[in-house]
Design a protein around this ligand. Structure first.
Ligand code: NDP
Ligand code: 8X3
Length: 250
């Protein structure tokens, strides 16, 4: 039984991956800040597999390392790390950008991913095996109006993904990024700070990707034969051509 650690398992893509992996008999470590949601998901998925949760903010370096060090023995050998926790905060032109939003995006999407990786990689190196999946975005492949810092954070994920693959080469560790386009989760509600009307409009008039679509792809990626590493995969809704070209019917 392989052990997978998923950051951002309380919602959206991370939660869908947890549900999918439980069905496929992976041992799970679920991470997030909302403890009630972690408890609920643990209760739900424990019927199918072994589940442990870690309740911390990926921005807190000490908590990241302490949580990984304190894992129960049976959860210590992490085979798969899914660096998924992240969000956009705001959608403003650079000259009007909110600096707290900038800090949040860079601290969570970039530094949080680095802290998690730094905490988990030593075990993978010791075992000369492992699989790291970094959740990037189409925003890491192109820049769109008002996306500035979020796009920068996801371009950083793209660079870190490549850097990890280069530096870990020769250690039996697979590293790859999944870059989703428009996916209907809590993402836009967070971006627009709880303005659900604004958030819902993002996904109106076309069929957006669902979290389960990405979970399905991630499951495909982790179940390839060990010599196969899917290094970089971009997936968009059929209605989307670029970040700004979306065939909206309404
Ligand atoms: P959601 O808002 O639904 O989920 C985000 C997850 O990240 C939550 O579980 C949240 O948990 C966790 N998270 C956020 N901040 C922190 C933090 N400081 N510490 C720990 N966990 C945190 O969005 P998605 O599922 O859509 O997003 C998942 C990933 O996919 C993100 O990296 C996002 O950038 C990326 N992505 C999303 C796309 C989309 O259109 N939805 C498209 C491309 C990429 P909690 O709040 O409980 O801590
Ligand atoms: C999420 C997709 O287009 O909102 O990363 O940036 S987008």
């Amino acid at each position: 039984m392989r052990t997978a650690l998923i950051t951002g398992a309380t919602s959206g893509i991370g939660r869908a991956v947890a549900i999918r992996f439980a069905k496929e008999n992976f041992r799970l470590i679920l991470c997030g800040r909302r403890k009630d949601r972690l408890e609920d998901l643990q209760r739900k998925l424990s019927v199918e597999t072994e589940v442990h949760f870690l309740n911390f903010d990926v921005r807190n370096r000490d908590d990241v390392f302490h949580s990984i060090e304190q894992l129960p023995t049976e959860f210590r050998d992490i085979d798969i790390l899914i660096n998924n926790a992240g969000n956009a905060h705001g959608l403003d032109p650079i000259q009007k950008g909110n600096m707290d939003d900038w800090d949040a995006m860079l601290d969570i999407n970039v530094k949080g991913l680095l802290y998690m990786s730094k905490a988990v990689i030593p075990g993978m190196l010791k075992r000369q095996a492992g699989h790291i999946i970094n959740i990037g975005s189409t925003a890491g492949k192109e820049v769109y109006p008002n996306g500035n810092v979020y796009c920068a954070s996801k371009h950083a994920v793209d660079a870190i993904n490549q850097g990890m693959r280069i530096d870990l080469n020769g250690n039996g560790i697979r590293v790859g990024a999944i870059n989703p386009g428009l996916t209907q989760t809590e993402f836009s509600a967070v971006r627009f700070k709880g303005d659900h009307e604004k958030a819902e409009k993002v996904y109106q008039g076309f069929k957006a990707l669902q979290a389960e679509d990405i979970a399905d792809i991630i499951h495909f990626v982790v179940t390839r034969p060990y010599h196969v590493n899917i290094a970089d995969l971009t997936v968009m809704p059929t209605a989307q051509a670029t970040s700004t070209i979306v065939d909206k019917k309404a």
